[in-house]
Design a protein around this ligand. Sequence first.
Ligand SMILES: C[S@@+](CC[C@H](N)C(=O)[O-])C[C@H]1O[C@@H](n2cnc3c(N)ncnc32)[C@H](O)[C@@H]1O
Length: 319
Amino acid sequence: MPGSRGAELVSDDDIERAWHDTKLAQVLYHDWEADTYDDKWSISFDERCVTYARDRFTAVAGEPGLPYGRALEVGAGTGFFSLNLRLGGVLDEICVTDLSPGMVEAAQRNARQLGFEVEGRVADAEELPYDDATFDIVVGHAVIHHIPDVELAFREMLRVLRPGGRVVICGEPTRYGDRIARALSRATWWAATRVTHLPPLEKRWARPREELDESSRAAALEAVVDLHTFDPGELAATARRAGLSEVETVTEELTAAWFGWPVRTLEHALNPDRLGWRWASFAYQSWLRLCAVDRVLDHVVPDELFYNVSITGLRPAAS
Ligand SMILES: C[S@@+](CC[C@H](N)C(=O)[O-])C[C@H]1O[C@@H](n2cnc3c(N)ncnc32)[C@H](O)[C@@H]1O
């Protein structure tokens, strides 16, 4: 569910045009989100998110070769992945790119607040404005499900990598995992918005009606910007067709996603003043415990049912 704070959402005319132009939709939606994105997704640049980013990275790419020298992030958003990977000793020199100018600004601002500068460019991952063989590694998080031609984007990542360089894309939704998570989120939203608007609860627990309406309008655009979900095997085949070698995928979060998505939805449905740090701590600790359960279930449950898929591959040394 989208957040409901921050700048005014784009006009109905823009939404109408965006229905027919997915790249325009990406820019409008993510520019609108840029200032509130870190709050919405509980993004920080500290031990919690460093561990999260580093664990996602090493789960699929391992630890050899750390830190990577010159790194490009595609669809960087506010810099959650690459900035935390830098703090975690995985990356060194970072260039952040995104289709949304607002996101590039936010990522550079976050880097400055952390005490370093990063190069930032507005760039489409299907057409990267960099010379061949510029980077040691290309990373991305929760981005390729927004890109119309995923194979073309992989080809571009490969082109800007030096021979032997690595691509690491994490946190993409799987086909079945996403279906289950969305169904649970929809049910939570339906129940929470009705229960909290019952007269005895409304004053303290309900989020104001106009904020809920704004969320619904944002949800309309969200439907235009989320283009794909992935089958892990098909995603690996797409990366190989693009020319990547030694392609591996890893899936994560089963029960953690069944818990995490309804919790996040509940947080958006309720009056934000009602949920304090105790709730945040309960939600995070529970999610961590379920992630541990999922690592055991990983041995018996098919990959396709997990929520997240990550992928890595190399530019062949001789290419
Ligand atoms: C869900 S956000 C993820 C942001 C960040 N990577 C993170 O994990 O927090 C997806 C990002 O991809 C960007 N995006 C969408 N389409 C893109 C494209 N074709 N090329 C580059 N970035 C794109 C959006 O503007 C948005 O910032």
